[in-house]
Design a protein around this ligand. Structure first.
Ligand code: MGD
Ligand code: MGD
Ligand code: SF4
Ligand code: MO
Length: 905
């Protein structure tokens, strides 16, 4: 008799798209993941990260019990110590001598109690979140313009728009399901146009009718020019501006001088392209502007946000179907964190710390003597205060600041100096947990319950799929335990449902509609109703019927300012702060790749997600590379006064001259020297305090490797005796790239140690040597199956990684000679680097299909090879391969998107 799988509806733990997930738990305990067809964010779709969630449900590397000074401890001892040290520090040095640094990856319930503990019980506002590095400029921009942190529009507007303007957003890789909505909308309505504003060409550019590769940091100039153009083109919505806004004259005055020639000079864009964009924007009522970190993470981030919003206010295109400014959120609960007041300058439920009336509402509701009255330290300042000893006890929850803060080595030093550091994480070994005195094991996605809010203000449940591993506990439980041990009252919740109901009640408490955030319909929700809670958008006031109709704001005014009018904000252009010098002549831009999530603690364990990029890299324009002597597939050192990293060089025209780009994901756990934030200068936006992570001055030089190596192994090598290394997970074990500045005197001894040959009993070792050329290859076979491989050369090792990995995966006997040659055995196709993870299709298979079927497009490729027919995240890359072949002919491969080390034909 077969037992039916149990189905759990939950929400994806990665990006702020907030896709609904349907998890099927089979009787064996195995979990199958699919998109939830009824969830309004994704209607059944998932991107590759969501689709591979089951691969991350492993215990590998998990933190499973509390530790104190590295030794296993009981929960009561760990909680007791944290409470005692925080209490003593507060007694001796005052409430502002302690701090929490939390995360947009916490659930709303976790976030709410953390905030209540710090701002209510402790009475300090020294709680800040990694959302400071992510959303703070959007928050500040919204508040300046709208009086509250409200996103006026909804996802459906993607389908309703005639023009979509993407600013500083690599939507194809960072919000893939939203990108697919856009792609489908454009296919269904071919007149729809997409403009992509980003200094580099990305996967997102594949969909764009117009690519504006502006100079980093120059967006304000572009949008000042647009505002001026709109006025001259007679595009003012006079009625809207007059009835619902204020300050238009000042904004126009700031834009007065910004004619196309001046905009062209500031942005480096062609005047014709600028005009094309302006004319299109002016002529299209249904214009939807989506923006992300190219806007927020800037020393002028808040001004960028307001410069965009100004153009929408001016044309009255806001909160209407297909028209509005739309900030997409990064983390799964970036929006929820803003709602609960996770930032050091906010109170709960969108109330303001500096507003005495709001403080009083919250104080009474929480039943505390006082709530913090002055804003606390913002992330960068907070770590400065740790470094100079003002903060003496710090609790870090759900974030990895040693890797993600600007000037990251400074943050690392600060933690080393701090007398008492507590870290709550789901993983045992991260660059941050390494510096903690107390480690508290949190329950990860799949083991915990709560809610998150996505980019369109939709609140959805995350639900546990399986029992918690080890002694891991939910973050809210840990926080409440510490709160009670410190003597706080009001932290006796029976479960997350209880916390959520209290929070929902507070949102409606003494709220006659003057506060935007109101979900008081959930204020008396019991545990059973919480369990059943369906995704809903806020506001949802007590007494309102539940509704699935999209909720927009501001089409008819109704702003949350004192006079109910929106503010135009004058945004004079400030050129980027980073000073390029002769020593640091490049701007260093950073961001994300398709298949990894931040510091890789979770996506890094999934073999499928490590195929796309298995090594940290830096993109550099061919002319720059030639000038500084950096070669494609070689190694490069990127450095400045703050730090240095060594990365694989990817020479590509997608990058503009003078700018470098590197992904943020690699850490000391999986590479020798790839923490890119060590180089990022801590320049912050003066209003939001958000650091500029996208434009630090740096230099790039060739890294003098005497030898390069590539290896495959079933176990992770204990030590890699090399100056450069990077490891990635595979289904059979590990793949490793490494290199050194000096050749070892004895390669055989090196191989012996690296491959553990003394221990490899019963193994057959095949070798190939060309000592004059410095090329050596070893292959270890057991029972005719490869178990270890090491290729060494003086040049970057050219062997198909994809092929060798595929051969290691197979269970049938393999041909040692062909493997050692690094080429495909007779009858086996080298698929090339994996492009489509769902169906395991490589770049070479796609190219072979193009050769066989001249003129095939991405859809035809899908029919021929299945590539792109699964989750669809790889479709832009397939389109690029198709276009490259059409534009450049078969002779030139599409190197930019293919890993540098996959050899060409
Ligand atoms: N695969 C994947 N997806 C993710 C994440 C992840 O780690 N991996 N993280 C999530 C999180 S937390 C976030 S915040 C989002 C981020 O999502 P995005 O903001 O889309 O991602 P980024 O790659 O950080 O940056 C976006 C783009 O900004 C461009 N940019 C740099 N400087 C400028 C500039 O001055 N002007 C303009 N117009 N553009 C500029 C960069 O070249 C880059 O292509 O992604 C979320 N989704
Ligand atoms: N140079 C540069 N720097 C950047 C950025 C950039 O674009 N460029 N982007 C910035 C942005 S937008 C962001 S959002 C940050 C992201 O940076 P981080 O927040 O530092 O990155 P994560 O890897 O997401 O860290 C989350 C940590 O929480 C742990 N964790 C996961 N789930 C749970 C849980 O349920 N409970 C607890 N307690 N822990 C959990 C994970 O194992 C991991 O260690 O990086 C910022 N830094
Ligand atoms: S787009 Fe991908 S990462 Fe983002 S929520 Fe959906 S499935 Fe998760
Ligand atoms: Mo983020």
């Amino acid at each position: 008799m077969s037992v039916a799988p149990r189905i759990v509806h939950t929400t994806c733990p990665y990006c702020g798209t907030g896709c609904g997930v349907e998890a099927r738990i089979l009787p064996s305990g195995a979990v199958e993941i699919a998109g939830d067809p009824n969830h309004p964010a994704n209607f059944g779709r998932l991107c590759v990260k969501g689709a591979t969630l089951a691969e991350t449900l492993t215990l590998e590397g998990r933190l499973l019990h509390p530790t104190i000074d590295g030794a296993r401890a009981s929960w009561s001892d760990a909680i007791g110590l944290v409470a005692r040290r925080f209490r003593e520090t507060i007694e001796e040095h005052g409430p502002d001598s302690v701090a929490f640094y939390v995360s947009g990856q916490m659930l709303t319930e976790d976030y709410y109690v953390a905030n209540k503990l710090m701002k209510g019980f402790i009475g300090s506002a020294n709680i800040d979140t990694n959302s400071r590095l992510c959303m703070a400029s959007s928050v500040a921009g919204h508040k300046r313009a709208f009086g509250a942190d409200v996103v006026p529009n909804v996802y459906e507007d993607i389908e309703q728009a005639d023009l979509v303007v993407l600013v500083g957003s690599n939507l194809a890789w960072c919000h893939p399901v939203l990108f697919q909505r856009l792609e489908r909308a454009k296919t269904a309505r071919p007149h729809m146009r997409v403009v992509n504003i980003d200094p580099r060409r990305t996967a997102t550019s594949e969909l764009a009718d117009l690519q504006l590769s502006l100079k980093p940091g120059s967006d304000v100039a572009l949008f000042l020019g647009l505002l001026r153009f709109l006025e001259r083109a007679g595009r003012r919505d006079a009625a809207y501006v007059a009835q619902h806004t204020g300050g238009v004259d000042d904004a126009l005055a700031a834009a007065r001088d910004w004619g196309p020639a001046k905009v062209a000079a500031a942005t480096g864009l062609d005047e014709d392209l600028i005009r094309e964009f302006y004319e299109d924007f002016a002529a299209t009522d249904r214009t939807f502007t989506i923006y992300s970190q190219g806007v927020n993470q800037s020393a002028a981030g808040t001004d960028k946000v307001n410069a965009i919003i100004n153009c929408h206010l001016f044309t009255g295109r806001l909160g209407r179907p297909g028209a509005g400014p739309f900030s997409v959120t990064g983390q799964p609960n970036a929006m929820g964190g803003r709602e609960v007041g996770g930032l050091s300058n906010q109170l709960a439920c969108h109330m303001e710390l500096e507003n005495p009336h709001h403080r009083e509402i919250v104080r009474r509701f929480w039943g505390v003597d006082r709530v913090a009255a002055t804003p606390g330290l913002k992330a960068v300042e907070l770590f400065d205060a740790v470094a100079d000893g003002r903060i003496k006890a710090l609790w870090i929850i759900g974030t990895n600041p040693v890797d993600s803060l600007p000037e990251a080595d400074k943050a690392k030093r600060a933690l080393k100096l701090c007398p008492f550091v507590v870290v709550s994480d789901v993983m045992a070994r991260t660059d941050t947990t390494a510096l903690a005195r107390v480690l508290l094991p949190a329950r990860p996605w799949g083991e915990k319950d709560g809610v998150v809010t996505n980019s369109e203000r939709r609140i959805s449940r995350q639900r546990a799929l399986r029992p918690a591993a080890g002694e891991a506990m939910p973050d809210w439980w840990i926080l409440c335990g510490v709160a009670r041990a410190m003597g706080a009252e009001g932290f006796d919740y029976a479960g997350p449902a209880d916390v959520f109901a209290e929070y929902a009640a507070l949102s409606g408490h003494l709220n006659g509609g003057e506060r935007d955030f109101d979900i008081s319909a959930c204020g008396a929700l019991g545990a059973a109703a919480y369990e059943r809670l369906q995704p809903f958008q806020w506001p949802w006031r007590k007494g309102d019927p539940s509704s699935v109709a999209p909720k927009r704001f501001f089409a008819n005014g109704g702003y949350f300012t004192h006079d109910g009018r929106a503010n135009f904000v004058a945004t004079p252009y400030r050129a980027p702060q980073s000073r390029i010098t002769a020593k640091t002549p490049f701007l260093f831009n950073t961001g994300r790749v398709r298949d990894q999530w931040h510091t890789m603690t979770r996506t890094g364990v999934a073999p499928k997600l490590s195929q796309h990029f298995a090594e940290p890299f830096v993109e550099v324009h061919p002319e720059d590379a030639a000038r500084v002597g950096v070669e494609h597939a070689g190694l490069a050192r990127v450095s400045n006064g703050h730090g240095a990293v060594v990365l694989r060089a990817l020479v590509t025209e997608r990058q503009q001259k003078g700018v470098l780009f590197a992904p943020i994901h690699w850490t000391d756990q999986n590479a020798s020297s790839a923490r890119v934030d060590t180089l990022v200068a801590a320049h912050v936006d003066p209003i939001s305090g958000q650091p500029d992570s996208k434009a630090s001055a740096a230099r790039i030089d060739p890294w003098p490797a005497a030898w390069f190596a590539f290896a495959l192994a079933r176990e992770r090598p204990k030590e890699i005796a090399a100056d450069y290394w990077a490891v990635a997970r595979t289904s059979f074990g590990w793949r490793i790239e490494f290199a050194g500045k000096q050749e070892p005197t004895d390669w055989d001894a090196f191989a012996c140690a690296f491959l553990d040959l003394d221990e490899a009993r019963g193994a057959v070792i095949a070798q190939m040597h060309d000592s004059r050329a410095g090329a050596h290859r070893w292959l270890v076979m057991k029972d005719s199956r490869p178990t270890g491989l090491l290729f060494v050369a003086r040049e970057p090792v050219l062997a198909s990684r994809a092929l060798l990995c595929a051969e290691f995966e197979k269970s049938e006997p393999r041909d040692a000679r062909a493997l050692l040659a690094g080429r495909a055995p007779a009858g086996v196709l080298d698929r090339g680097r994996t492009i489509c993870v769902c169906h395991g299709v490589g770049a070479r298979e796609i190219e072979a299909a193009l050769v066989a079927h001249d003129g095939a497009d991405a859809n035809a490729i899908g029919q021929l090879t299945k590539a792109g027919t699964g989750c669809g995240s790889c479709r832009p890359e397939i389109q690029r391969i198709v276009k490259d072949r059409a534009e450049r002919g078969p002779a030139r491969r599409c190197a930019p998107l293919v890993h540098a080390l996959e050899p060409a034909e």
